[in-house]
Design a protein around this ligand. Structure first.
Ligand SMILES: [Zn+2]
Length: 61
């Protein structure tokens, strides 16, 4: 079986744990308004998806 060559140091383990779940998969920055949004979902703050406005959100207020 595949096996790691050496044990992770305590420092590396804690470093790794500290970043765990910080980079939630599926979250990206909207190219339009740079808000955090779900990947492949319409942006809730500007309504864009794939460079096109899909839903109208109070634009040009
Ligand atoms: Zn957006």
């Amino acid at each position: 079986m595949a096996h790691p060559k050496r044990k992770w140091s305590k420092a590396r383990t804690s470093r790794h744990r500290s970043i765990w779940k910080l980079s939630v998969p599926g979250f990206v920055e909207c190219p339009q308004c740079h808000a955090k949004m779900l990947r492949r979902k319409v942006c809730k703050s500007c309504g864009y998806l794939d460079g096109k406005q899909v839903i109208a959100i109070g634009e040009e207020a």
